[in-house]
Design a protein around this ligand. Structure first.
Ligand SMILES: *[C@@H]1O[C@H](CO)[C@@H](O)[C@H](O)[C@H]1NC(C)=O
Ligand SMILES: *[C@@H]1O[C@H](CO)[C@@H](O)[C@H](O)[C@H]1NC(C)=O
Length: 490
């Protein structure tokens, strides 16, 4: 029995396939065959995502650590990274020998399961990406959405044509007027994570990053936090070293990496010296899901059991404890390659009267230029005089978020980015002068121009601004006073 509807579908499908075949056989495209719509043969993204989740979720559940959370006996705190002189690894966590053995077995079993599953040719545990694609992945929702929009405008301003996927936690964060009317024009689209993981698991905000990367449709991903933007086109980073040979590139945090010795017992690795690498700052990173899919699965395991077990083991209470250390440690546990940018992250802000810095953003360096130095054995992280600094590449404007309806103006935030100590208006980023020069152009002016564009064009569309009619006016006034004395408000 064939239903008429099914028959019609079959006929239409056959028609579509013949059309594609016809195009493919009889029409020779000018340069590449990528003009043939590969999507015509593909399972839809939502389906590929749910196949992955249905395979991954039971593995996460089956391999739970099987013991209570490790006991904290102190905090590593902010440990300065010394690249030259080794020091004892901080050791502030207690775990009974039997619990350590349980965690180690669970870790081994999870690693074996993802390894077995991903080395089989036909398996449910496969990356949902479309081969050959690259793009930007981010998350945004609520008051992060306007901040993301300014970052997205900065991305486009850099000349980047990479498509963008922005993940929202659940449908409450989905803003139709932005997602459907504004983002398509900027080659960005919204995806809702709860649609993928359904009701089987609750994805919390700290887990969004790893799952957004795992579920994205891109093979090569440039991750950007909503408050992080590039100064130059990020596609150049995907086309050069160190990404080409490693497939995973991360940036440093201010501190030493303070993972517990117990973590290295659990993951069967020797304790690395404290000089080996800095902690990670994951406002931006680059990853290939073709080469590092298992790394991301293990990072997902660390995140899934992060709040109870792994976040503490990986940071021991260092500043910003959370998902940031899961990526490099997962790659290391699986002996997969990676490159950690060595040039120190630079705090930028404006000077306080006592000469210290009121820092409101972090500046990360160009991995390509960093690699050019370290591959000649020039390690500025050991001795700053050996060569000049690489150019800046990413700005992570995080403290506070530069949301003109929130803490960026006035005295609402301790770093008062837009105010001098005498209360007069100032640029946010004027110091240290040498660091600001590494921007290569007036990126702060450009950023405020984009913040103003978002404020003045999208004020009525942004949900979290619905009670605030003065967002545009506020930015224009600041712009007039600080960046453009000839600007008139009308
Ligand atoms: C992963 O699988 C390969 C091939 O099946 C095997 O040779 C290798 O030892 C496995 N690695 C781990 C960590 O289980
Ligand atoms: C740092 O590098 C400079 C320039 O190469 C060199 O003169 C100086 O001795 C180095 N300092 C240390 C402590 O190695």
């Amino acid at each position: 029995m064939v239903r008429p509807g099914a028959l019609r579908t079959a006929v239409l499908a056959t028609g579509a396939v013949s059309l594609v075949c016809f195009v493919y056989l009889y029409w020779t495209p000018p340069s590449t065959i990528s003009t043939v719509p590969t999507e015509a043969f593909e399972v839809p993204l939502a389906e590929r995502q749910s196949v992955l989740w249905e395979a991954l979720y039971p593995l996460l559940q089956e391999n739970s650590p099987q013991c209570p959370p490790p006991e904290r006996q102190g905090d590593a705190g902010a440990v300065h990274y010394d690249a030259v002189t080794d020091s004892p690894r901080p050791d502030h966590i207690a775990l009974q020998a039997s619990d350590l053995a349980k965690m180690r077995t669970a870790h081994q079993n999870f690693v074996r399961a993802i390894n077995d599953s991903t080395t089989m040719t036909k398996t449910a545990l496969s990356s949902p990406h479309t081969p050959g694609t690259r793009g930007i992945v981010s998350t945004a929702g609520g008051s992060y959405l306007p901040v993301f929009l300014a970052s997205l405008r900065m991305l486009r301003r850099s000349g980047s044509t990479l498509p963008v996927e922005v993940y929202m936690k659940d449908s409450s964060e989905y803003e139709a007027s932005i997602c459907e009317e504004v983002l398509p024009g900027l080659d960005a689209r919204c995806l809702v994570l709860a649609d993928v993981v359904g009701r089987s698991a609750k994805i919390e905000h700290y887990q969004l990053k790893i799952f957004a990367v795992l579920f994205s449709s891109f093979e090569e991903v440039v991750w950007m936090d909503a408050d992080c933007f590039p100064l130059y086109t990020p596609e150049t980073l995907l086309e050069s070293e160190p990404f080409l040979s490693t497939g995973l590139v991360t940036f440093p945090d201010f501190w030493a990496s303070t993972a517990s010795p117990l973590y290295f017992r659990i993951s069967d690795q020797p304790d690395p010296p404290m000089t080996l690498r800095q902690a990670s700052e994951t406002g931006a990173f680059l990853v290939s899901k073709k080469s590092h899919f298992t790394t991301l699965l293990l990072a997902a395991y660390y995140n899934y059991y992060g709040p109870t077990h792994y976040f503490r083991l990986l940071s021991q209470g260092a500043p910003g404890e959370g998902d940031k250390e899961t990526f490099i440690n997962a790659a290391s546990a699986l002996s997969q390659p990676f490159y950690t940018v060595s040039e120190r992250v630079q705090a930028i802000g404006h000077a306080k009267p006592d000469g210290s810095l009121s820092g409101s953003a972090m500046m990360q360096s160009d991995p390509q230029q960093d690699y050019a130095r370290t591959s000649q054995d020039l390690w500025r992280v050991k001795n700053e005089s050996v060569t000049d600094a690489p150019r800046a590449f990413f700005i992570h404007a995080h403290y506070p978020k530069f949301n003109p309806a929130e803490n960026v103006f006035g005295y609402k935030w301790e770093t008062t980015p837009t105010l001098n100590s005498d209360g007069s208006l100032t640029r946010a980023w004027t110091a240290p002068e040498k660091a600001i020069q590494r921007f290569g152009y007036d990126a702060e002016r450009a950023y405020w121009e984009e913040i103003m564009w978002v404020a003045c064009n999208l004020q009525e569309k942004i949900q979290s601004w619905s009670e605030d009619e003065k967002v545009c006016e506020r930015v224009q006034k600041y712009w007039k006073a600080v960046f453009d004395n000839t600007y008139t408000i009308n």
